[in-house]
Design a protein around this ligand. Structure first.
Ligand code: ADP
Ligand code: MG
Length: 285
């Protein structure tokens, strides 16, 4: 079953000068069609300005399409009276963890969402506990968020979304401001949610390494979805990705270069282990 469906979605920004005069129009999302299956881990790739954030904001009704429609768990996001149902079903995590944390104490911060929608106190605490445990931050529940690392703060933001019991979580470059350790922590937490809790994950990223474990990848360029497929299918198309100003994982690139020079390797190698296995089996033959 599709939890998110975009049908021919168009969204434009009107550009104005300092006097407020219209100077042009940017078509940020240009006739996008896509379907996301419930329980999947989806990645959306694309260079800066390709429309990823604008599209993502349609998935929890921060934006509503000018043309076409977005259906989230069976609800059309244009139905403004259902906006809170949609936002509860599809939670969003943004790039900068500092802008998302409002509580003075971790557990309080995570409880804000459910409190706002009137969840009974006892259940709020249950949800806070479970959400913090799910992202590996339970032991920090009494801490001040200010003292945490970027990766820890981002996991608190994710716990805050989880406490709303969403079916789907959308993360817009959640690791862009983190160091490698923080990136790894956040990625692991998100994969756990997907596997153990069955939460549908939509991850927007420009780190290729974060994409290789996704079930499906969508690549955007100039507001359009220009490629979609499994990570292996997508990363087999090294030249296409390069022309979209995107990289491939380093191992994939190495395998691609070796293959171009005559080494007999399959397309779309994603991990070091895979490359090593393939090279060793060549040697044995
Ligand atoms: P991405 O997330 O892939 O970097 P965005 O969705 O942020 O892309 O932007 C898509 C296009 O829309 C870009 O050309 C960007 O400059 C433009 N854009 C984004 N937000 C606004 C805005 N608030 N007002 C005007 N133009 C915008
Ligand atoms: Mg963006």
């Amino acid at each position: 079953m599709e939890i998110v469906k975009a049908k021919d979605v168009v969204f434009e920004y009107i550009r104005r000068d300092d006097e407020g005069e219209v100077v042009g129009i940017t078509t940020a999302v240009d006739h996008v069609n896509l379907g996301i299956e419930k329980g999947d881990f989806i990645a959306i790739l694309g260079h800066n300005g390709s429309g990823k954030s604008t599209l993502a904001k349609h998935f929890n009704a921060i934006l509503v399409p000018e043309e076409g429609s977005v259906i989230v768990d069976g609800i059309d996001t244009a139905e403004s009276e259902r906006i809170w149902d949609i936002r509860q079903n599809a939670g969003m995590v943004f790039q900068n963890p500092d802008n998302q944390i409002i509580g003075q104490v971790v557990e309080e911060d995570v409880g804000f969402g459910p409190e706002n929608i009137g969840v009974p106190t006892e259940e709020i605490w249950e949800r806070v506990e479970k959400s913090l445990k799910a992202v590996g931050m339970y032991e920090f529940r009494k801490n001040s968020p200010n003292r945490l690392s970027g990766g820890q703060k981002q996991r608190i933001s994710i716990a805050g979304v989880l406490a709303m019991k969403p079916k789907c979580i959308i993360l817009d470059e959640p690791t862009a401001m983190l160091d490698p350790k923080g990136r790894k922590e956040v990625l692991e937490a998100v994969h756990e949610l997907n596997k153990k809790e069955g939460v549908t994950v939509i991850l927007i990223t420009h780190y290729m390494e974060e994409v290789i474990d996704a079930d499906k990848v969508f690549v955007m360029d100039a507001g359009k979805v220009v490629m979609q497929g499994t990570p292996r299918q997508i990363f087999s198309l090294v030249d296409d990705l390069k022309s979209l100003r995107l990289d491939v994982p380093q191992v994939t690139l190495l395998a691609y270069e070796l293959k171009k020079r005559g080494v007999n390797l399959p397309d779309g190698i994603l991990t070091t282990d895979e490359l090593v296995e393939n090279l060793l089996s060549l040697k044995r033959n």
